[in-house]
Design a protein around this ligand. Structure first.
Ligand SMILES: Cc1ncc(COP(=O)(O)O)c(C=O)c1O
Length: 328
């Protein structure tokens, strides 16, 4: 019986969904949403705060500041409340309402940026705001998830070894790319431990992370409008890009089986399915990482009017031959 006294001490690290029946290939989905922060970002937040405390950057009168599309903000709000820090989260208008309300319920101050920078997008505008806050008051401490080594280290220490323990014969790992903390931490661990695992990055169409042109992206979590400092492409074997309509169709197909996952899980499952479909007869042991669950997306990905208005009727049609349905 797990008994805890601080919320960050609980995290389910060994839950997988067998998706073969849905995607037509062996594929195990590692569920990272079962903790009090509701997402994989709990691990990065814990690692970055503990490192800042060890390094003497964080002191009792510090004010934590971070730019987040939501999930890291929730995790930092939770740990800040548990440890007695003030926290300001700088997000943008794509942040889900329920995510913003969750941060506020945990005592965080949330600043919502409504205008993207013409060149660097929403992310650039958010970072400009964070820099201005830090310049205005020296008590502000910016953990900077895009460049903080603790972000990747969390997954090097926890996520990758947890997967390797359950899948000693793993052939391929699919990881969504946001800050690329999860991707880099896992890729580095498998490389350093000489495991012959192919690392496939899954990104959204319109993200600039792997050098593609920027375009509209409305689902938070994956993709960037500014290349993440943490990214080292030499550790990655392949990259798959997934459109937002394909993401939505994959989410709806999972929900049709009773599994309500977040938007980025739809992206990763769609990308993994497309990649596996190209393997011609081989059946590799494959794991994909599901960063969070679906409650934070009820007003977007799971709201048919929102989907229809932004992407058209086709995005709601799970019979449309996307990667996921073609393979099933
Ligand atoms: C829902 C969701 N999916 C994926 C990611 C990407 O993870 P990472 O930043 O480690 O690349 C995030 C990051 O915030 C997220 O919130």
């Amino acid at each position: 019986m797990p008994v805890i006294s601080v919320p960050q001490d609980f995290n389910e690290d060994d839950l997988y969904v067998d998706l073969e029946g849905l995607v037509g290939h062996p594929l195990f989905l590692k569920c990272e949403g079962f903790n009090f922060a509701g997402s994989i970002k709990l691990k990065a937040a814990t690692e970055m705060i503990e490192a800042a405390e060890r390094d003497g950057l964080l002191t009792p009168d510090s004010v934590l500041v971070e730019s987040s599309s939501g999930n890291l903000g929730v995790a930092l709000s939770m740990i800040a409340a548990s440890r007695g820090y003030r926290f300001v989260c700088v997000t943008d208008s794509r942040c889900n309402l329920s995510t913003r309300l969750t941060m506020e319920a945990l005592g965080a101050e949330v600043r919502v940026i409504t205008e993207p920078d013409p060149v660097t997008g929403f992310l650039g505008a958010r970072i400009d705001h964070v820099r201005a806050l830090c310049a205005s008051d020296e008590r502000h401490v910016w953990l900077n998830q895009y460049a903080n080594p603790g972000n990747g280290l969390a997954h090097y220490r926890r996520t990758a070894p947890a997967i390797a323990r359950q899948f000693p014969d793993l052939d391929v790992l699919f990881v969504g790319a946001g800050t690329t903390g999860t991707l880099m931490g896992c890729a580095r661990w498998f490389r350093e431990w000489h495991r012959p695992v192919r690392i496939v990055a899954v990104d959204s169409v319109g993200s600039v992370t792997f050098g593609n042109a920027p375009a509209r992206r409305l689902i938070p979590g994956l993709g960037t409008s500014r290349r993440p400092e943490l990214l080292d492409e030499s550790l990655i074997d392949d990259v798959v890009h997934v459109s937002e309509p394909d993401t939505i169709r994959a989410c709806h197909r999972l929900a049709g089986r009773g599994f309500l996952f977040g938007g980025s899980t739809g992206t990763v499952v769609s990308g993994a399915t497309e990649w596996l479909a190209r393997q011609e007869g081989r059946k590799p042991t494959a794991v994909a990482i599901a960063p969070d669950l679906g409650e934070r997306y009820l007003e977007t990905v799971y709201q048919n009017d929102w989907v229809r208005h932004l992407y058209g009727e086709d995005a709601l049609d799970t019979q449309v031959p996307t990667a996921t349905s073609r393979a099933a």
